[in-house]
Design a binder for this molecule. Structure first.
Ligand code: PHE
Length: 341
């Protein structure tokens, strides 16, 4: 026992004089480690000659000494930490490489929408947003599509249990807006629409449109074409050629499909456009019945309406070949657009 006590006291002394954390750790291993001096000495004690009482008191003495030694080691360690040189506040290395920071990015449809809003606002249009959950009245009836009208079949609709629907087009905002603000008015309504579509590279059940309308005195097809050309030239940053074809929508008369002369092939024809033209904006002069639903007298006012396929526009502008990328939720889609901010 005496020998063990001496060794432990030696260990305490050694701990006090250790100058570094490494030296201290060496002291700990030498004295208290699994194969250290204390363990070795204790192993060599001949317990068979001791009484139970003696064994007990030996054990507790040994533990006391070990605790004492462990405490001294901890105290010595704290002292070493305390005296270690500290980094000073102005010890700053300006040449050290910084930590990379990831920037978020806007979705390509959001970018296209923001750009359209900017351009239209520059032309005096208000930007309004209507509800995505809509009544049958605003989505169909007010737009001259009664219950039994075959045009309902053009838009496969999600019906909710409470008789409301997920809007199939942003045209649902036309009569809402006319009722609320009257004429004259210039406004666009960008937003999300839903149709019960089977999904493929060019069809999604969830997509974006940007509807717009102008109602004023003496509005004609010439105004419609002029506004559409101006918008598209600004979106694509060059002069664009457009053409109008007849198109049928019950809420416009006459109704058109406005095609864009393909920007990829210059109108010669390519795999993307086929014959040199890309169908982009359905439009037309607002049907008198729709104006009446909006509380506007068609003998006094006329107007045009259009529905830009916002998702399609984003796909063309940014070269996205499959519509399904846009809703897939994979951040790698967005990340490619971070430099555009
Ligand atoms: N709402 C129509 C659609 O989604 C497009 C449209 C808008 C047509 C405005 C004419 C005028 O198919």
């Amino acid at each position: 026992m005496q020998e063990i006590k001496e060794k432990l006291l030696q260990a305490i002394e050694a701990a006090k004089s250790a100058k570094s954390a490494d030296a201290l750790e060496k002291v700990r291993i030498d004295f208290l480690g699994r194969k250290g001096m204390i363990t070795t000495l204790a192993k060599n004690v001949d317990f068979s000659k001791m009484s139970v009482e003696e064994k007990k008191s030996f054990g507790s003495r040994l533990n006391e000494l070990k605790n004492l030694a462990t405490e001294s080691l901890a105290a010595a360690n704290a002292a070493i930490q305390e005296s270690a040189p500290r980094r000073k506040a102005n010890d700053l290395d300006l040449t050290a490489p910084g930590k990379g920071r990831r920037f978020g990015a806007l979705h390509p449809i959001t970018l296209a929408q923001m750009e359209l809003e900017d351009i239209f606002q520059g032309m005096g249009f208000s930007v309004l947003y209507g509800p995505e959950v809509e009544s049958e009245y605003f989505c169909f009836e007010a737009l001259n599509i009664p219950h039994d009208h075959p045009a309902r079949d053009m838009q496969d609709t999600f019906w909710l249990k409470n008789q409301l629907i997920l809007r199939t087009h942003t045209s649902a905002n036309q009569v809402r807006t006319l009722k609320r603000f009257g004429a004259p008015i210039r406004a666009i309504f960008p937003g999300r629409c839903f149709r019960y579509e089977s999904v493929d590279p060019s069809h999604e059940n969830t997509f974006y449109q940007c509807e717009g309308l102008v109602v004023d005195k003496d509005i004609s097809v010439a105004n419609l074409i002029a506004v559409m050309r101006t918008i598209l030239s600004q979106v694509f940053r060059r002069d664009v050629k457009v053409r109008l074809r007849p198109g049928y929508f019950p809420f416009v008369e006459p109704g058109f499909e406005l095609d864009l002369n393909c920007l990829l092939c210059g109108g010669k024809g390519c795999p993307t456009c086929g014959d040199g033209w890309i169908e982009l904006i359905p439009c037309g002069l607002i049907h008198p019945e729709v104006l009446r639903h909006g509380g506007i007298d068609p003998r006094e006012y006329s107007g045009f309406a259009f529905g830009v396929g916002l998702t399609r526009l984003a796909m063309m502008k940014y070269g996205v070949k499959d519509i399904r990328y846009l809703n897939c939720g994979d951040l790698r889609v967005n990340e490619q657009f971070s430099t555009l901010l």
